[in-house]
Design a binder for this molecule. Sequence first.
Ligand code: PLP
Length: 447
Amino acid sequence: MARAQLSWNHRIRPMKFYSTRDRTHLVSLREAVVHGLAPDQGLYMPATIPTLSSDFYAGLKGRSFHEIAFDVAASIFGGDVEPAALRRIIDHTLQFDAPLVEVDDNLFALELFHGPTMAFKDFGARFLSRLHGHFARVESRDIVVLVATSGDTGGAVANGFFGVEGTRVVILYPSGKVSPLQEKQFTTLGSNITAVEVNGTFDDCQRLVKEAFADDELNRSCLLTSANSINIARLVPQMFYYFYAFGQARLQPSIFSVPSGNFGNLTAGLMARRMGLPVRTFIAATNANDVVPEFMKTGIFSPRPSIATISNAMDVGNPSNVERMMDLYDRNIVALRDDVVAFSCSDDETREAMRQVYRNKGYILDPHGAVAYLALKNFVAETRFKGTGIFLATAHPAKFKETVESTLNVTIDLPPNLARFASAKKSTRRIAPAMGALKDVLHDVLS
Ligand SMILES: *Cc1c(COP(=O)(O)O)cnc(C)c1O
């Protein structure tokens, strides 16, 4: 036992992570994961992106999702997390599949919505939460994840961390200002999840979280952390399914079309390619929020307020992972254009794509997957590409029930994963928007 661990320690050195704003600012995995964002507001990137062996690629076809994920994760985290612990983290993360489903001739949906909240963010949130649990165990002190939510983040984080040992989650949200189903996704779980209903606005919630992070007394009594979406530990698990899809697609070089908002999913794909995955082209597919397509065309990145669309998880006007994409390509947009083409479409075009696939194949797309499908379909037609085209289906259509039903003229049932929240009982702590009140809650949570 001790011997095996020794040889493992000597084989792979711990990975360093640098800030995209300063490559000389290097930190450990723990630091990058606990803090999420670098002090200079840059995003963390692994100091080296390893290439996986040709044996790994040749063997992809017959291997399980868990086995593939383990090799990918170990190549980056293997010097920091021992194999048995990494395997446990992956087993807990991947308790659902990511099947490829053919929805058009040689065009496949990679279904990433079979997790507890029925969207692809489950992969990142579950992996991150287990990695936090690992650090809590190693350091034997409690980790408190503190987040403010205006709706969606609360559900993904709460479900990701639910039941993870050594971690407590405190979610602040503005009373009466989130939708009933969203509220149910983080106020009904109990156990290590505490929902705090603040008599105030979302801005009040965010201010309280900031004050808590700056509070010395609190930081002495526990390890306070956030779970924001730019965390490197959310990006790495998003590489797993690109490799897995390639195995399922019988190892043909492929095209991936990625419905994008903050561009984390696409960045994960580009990192997979850097590790040797033979992807010919990535398509960055957006809705009317076309800051990145415009950037790809003109070379000018001009963030602006987001526009509301029917694929609202992609309504991002200042996508943060562009910083990682540019870092990966040494800020050379010409090199980026070799690997990535961009596409944007309107809500009407998205709806038409949903109708077309439903009519032809009886397959129901959610609006996000539909944007990626349409981008792929257009690209294949324009370039007469003959290989395998894969688009990422990021959400279950029932998550966007009203839009899907009105577009396709169908009724869809809430699947059990979503229905169970609707009937569960809400439980919260209600506080005034003041630090003293939040401290009382944190005190109780930690005792
Ligand atoms: C978050 C999200 C996206 C966008 O993913 P990014 O990594 O932010 O580009 C796409 N679809 C759905 C359903 C999402 O929740």
